[in-house]
Write a protein that binds this ligand. Structure first.
Ligand code: BGC
Length: 748
């Protein structure tokens, strides 16, 4: 009997042991809560494995834990398409043939659509492309505020207004992440210029920080639930943003409860202790210049700040391993949400559907800035000869510009798009100007003679993503158009009154010729379908509906950032030198990094239209401006009540009618201003918008809710948002300067 009991006991033990052996470890069991899985994986890792996980192993990847089957992290730029494969240790393209992607419009164009639905389809499509290419971190979107039109990377961001950028960024993030790909929202924070981007030390008031520069990041974290964020190159208050305690520990984690991974910008790390203690999780791109600085060559990755130097710090007891554990937790969470999510979709790549999405977004974002005498649309039947002038009609714009440069499956050039719509025989092309100083092009007289012979003239110019022309690492050197384009435009305007100028850019440019040119279009960098989208808008197949996400200043000095001298832009050395010479001489980043440039955001909260409104400056085209081939009438603005308490809400609405002859879309904008604030406040700020599509004579009612968030300002001393009682004005209109109806209400 006893033997039987013993046998049963042994059998039970064996069974239990074998169950234990085969049981899925908690970290691999996706029915278990995320945090349990994270802790389980962490508990199995050695210090070496932890250290390996928190820094790069190649240009764009970091190791997982091979022993535990935890996959690597693979990042890709972002934010307009999936970057080509590069060599393990180099920026150079690896020459793969399966990585020709769809290029989506630059984020300025997306913002110009003022349509969150466009952000959603953008996110889904680019997320699918990233997923198909087995990338689990998309390095984008970028939401740095457009502070100056000279910033070389504005085209990668979403304009000058924190509310617009906040609303537009959220659906992008959500829809990328539905594909099991993390977004990496960049560049956190205050990275508002490329000039001395590694060593400019920004000073900004807390009020401007919270009201202008942080809201889009906050929305990305709190509403978008972004799974990672990228620290920026610059310093804030003396500390590099990739390991800036206040930014990453106090604000990002402390105030916004971010539980994702903080990834450094490539080469943005410069200190081991700060990296350990100030909230950075993953180090990339140190010695980003091809590993040359580290003479160790192939073991360069082991010498990253968060590699051997950090390990030594931990082993000697000078650093706290618990802080390393926190980093590992954040990266594990990222991996569990992406590569280790067994339910994530498979993605798709360079499909017709994605091209269609890209074209739709482009068509929604193109902005008709001016259209006197109804020069546009150029209906195909109304023209037999069109003169197309300008290098940008034939220049690929998906290449260049820095890290967002793409290797695309195809890109439709504007000239080809026009030929598709009008037929080859109707199009005459002349280059007009050249970005190559040695190249000779037609004389102005020749251009004029040709223009006079045609029914209409389309000029394609602007910037071109070459160095200092909307490109990473360099700001623009002038507000004006390069390569003598102004003279070409003026000549054409003298020769033919049916002239439209299409500006391809991610920035406002000086347009001293604006009064002489009847039609002007902002054509952005539009991606794979650029030419088709532009031709569809110019020919009237698509009715333009984009609105400017930034102010088109008449002159550079009208921008607040430029109204205070070089301390405000681009910054000065502590000795007070302005040092433009260093920039002009194109000194390598490493030498520049030895200098710290001090910069003060002197215009404070008055960025963009907040500044031009305050001083009543007339922009060439205001924030929110954009025309249509139809017209809209605003009427019957009403509030559901005339007063509210601080926690209350007021509904405000207006009727919009399409009063023209074609179907079109209007972006109805709500601005709110505090009439009797005790602190200085912008005259009005964007607090709501809705894009409505209407048939001729169709009418709709647009309703907005005004709540506390639309009335508040940030009180830096008390470190909280405040609302003050008194009267406020709500204005509804078609741009920040074309306000069609107003109503006052009271906060009691
Ligand atoms: C850029 C980032 C980019 C990274 C990787 C950096 O130089 O600032 O935006 O994602 O390189 O290419």
């Amino acid at each position: 009997m006893r033997n039987i009991y013993r046998l049963i006991a042994v059998a039970v033990c064996l069974l239990a042991a074998s169950c234990g052996r085969n049981a899925t470890p908690v970290y691999l069991d996706d029915r278990k809560p995320l945090e349990k899985r994270v802790e389980d994986a962490l508990s199995r890792m050695t210090l070496d494995e932890k250290i390996a996980m928190i820094h790069a192993q190649s240009k764009f990847s970091s190791p997982g834990v091979p022993r535990l089957g935890i996959p690597e992290v693979w990042c890709t730029d972002g934010p307009h398409g999936i970057r080509e494969e590069v060599f393990w240790d180099e920026w150079k393209g690896a020459g793969w043939t399966n990585d020709l992607c769809t290029a989506f419009p630059a984020l300025t164009c997306l913002a110009a659509s003022w349509d969150p639905e466009m952000s959603a389809i953008y996110g889904k499509a680019i997320g699918e492309e990233a997923r198909y290419r087995n990338k689990n971190v998309l390095l984008g979107p970028g939401v740095n505020i457009y502070r100056t039109p000279l910033n070389g990377r504005n085209f990668e961001y979403m304009g000058e207004d924190p509310y617009l950028a906040s609303v537009m960024v959220v659906p992008y993030i959500q829809n990328v992440q539905k594909q099991g790909v993390a977004t990496c929202v960049k560049h956190f924070a205050l990275n508002n210029q490329e000039f001395h981007r590694h060593d400019v030390d920004v000073t900004v008031s807390d009020r401007a920080l919270y009201e202008i520069y942080l809201p889009a990041f906050k929305a990305a974290v709190e509403e978008g639930k972004a799974w990672s964020i990228m620290g920026s190159y610059n310093l804030w208050d003396g500390e590099h943003c990739c390991h800036n305690h206040r930014l990453l520990v106090d604000i990002l984690r402390g105030e916004w409860n971010f539980d994702g991974a903080v990834i450094s910008d490539w080469g943005g790390v410069s200190d081991t202790r700060q990296s350990l203690e100030n909230g950075l999780d993953l180090e990339f791109g140190t010695w980003t210049d091809g590993l040359a600085r580290n003479s160790g060559g192939s073991d360069a990755y082991n010498n990253y700040y968060m590699a051997n130097p950090l390990k030594r710090m931990i082993e000697s007891g000078e650093g706290d391993e618990a802080k390393v554990d926190d980093k590992v937790r954040n990266i594990l969470r990222l991996i569990f949400r992406t590569t280790m999510d067994r339910n994530r979709p498979y993605g798709s790549f360079a499909t017709e559907e994605h091209a269609e999405v890209s074209r739709r977004i482009a068509e929604n974002g193109i902005v008709l800035l001016k259209n006197d005498n109804e020069v546009l649309p150029l209906l195909p039947d109304s023209v037999s000869k069109i003169l197309v002038v300008g290098e940008n009609a034939t220049r690929k714009m998906t290449k260049g510009g820095g890290s967002s440069s793409l290797k695309v499956k195809y890109e439709v050039l504007p000239l080809d798009g026009l030929k598709n719509v009008y037929g080859e025989e109707k199009i005459i092309y002349m280059k007009g100007y050249s970005s190559d100083a040695d190249e000779k092009v037609e004389t102005l007289d020749e251009l004029k003679a040709a223009a006079a012979e045609c029914d209409a003239v389309l000029f394609f110019g602007g910037l071109n993503k070459k160095k200092t022309q909307d490109s990473e690492g360099r700001d623009r050197l002038e507000f004006g158009l390069p390569y003598g384009q102004d003279a070409v435009i003026e000549a054409l305007s003298e020769a033919n009154p049916r002239l439209a100028a299409v500006i391809i850019s991610g920035n406002a440019v000086a347009m001293d010729w604006a009064a002489k040119v009847p039609a002007i279009v902002e054509g952005w960098y539009l991606g794979s379908e650029a030419g088709n989208a532009l031709a569809n808008v110019l020919s009237g197949k698509v009715n333009p509906s984009g609105k400017l996400p930034f102010t088109y200043y008449a002159k550079l000095e009208d921008c607040g950032a430029h109204a205070f001298g070089e301390e405000s832009y681009p910054g000065i050395t502590p000795a007070g030198d302005t040092d433009a010479a260093i920039y002009a001489a194109d000194i390598p980043t490493e030498q520049m990094a030895k200098k710290i440039f001090k910069q003060r955001y002197c215009e404070d909260i008055f960025v963009g239209y907040r500044w031009t409104d305050l001083y009543n400056l007339e922009p060439t085209f205001p924030f929110g401006h954009g025309l249509s081939y139809t017209t809209f009438e605003y009427s019957n603005m009403r509030l559901d009540k005339n007063s509210m308490r601080a926690n209350g809400r007021i509904k405000v609405s207006a009727d919009i009618r399409n009063t023209g002859k074609v179907r079109g879309a209007e972006v109805v904008q709500l601005y709110v201003g505090d009439n009797e604030a005790s602190v200085e406040r912008p005259i009005r700020e964007l607090k709501g918008f809705r894009k409505v599509f209407l048939d001729p004579n169709e009418k709709t009612t647009v309703e907005f809710v005004i709540d506390r968030s639309a009335l508040q300002y940030f009180d830096a001393e008390q470190h909280c948002w405040m609302v003050e009682t008194g009267t406020f004005t709500a204005s509804i209109g078609s741009s920040s300067r074309d306000l069609r109806c107003k109503a006052e209400f009271e906060l009691r």
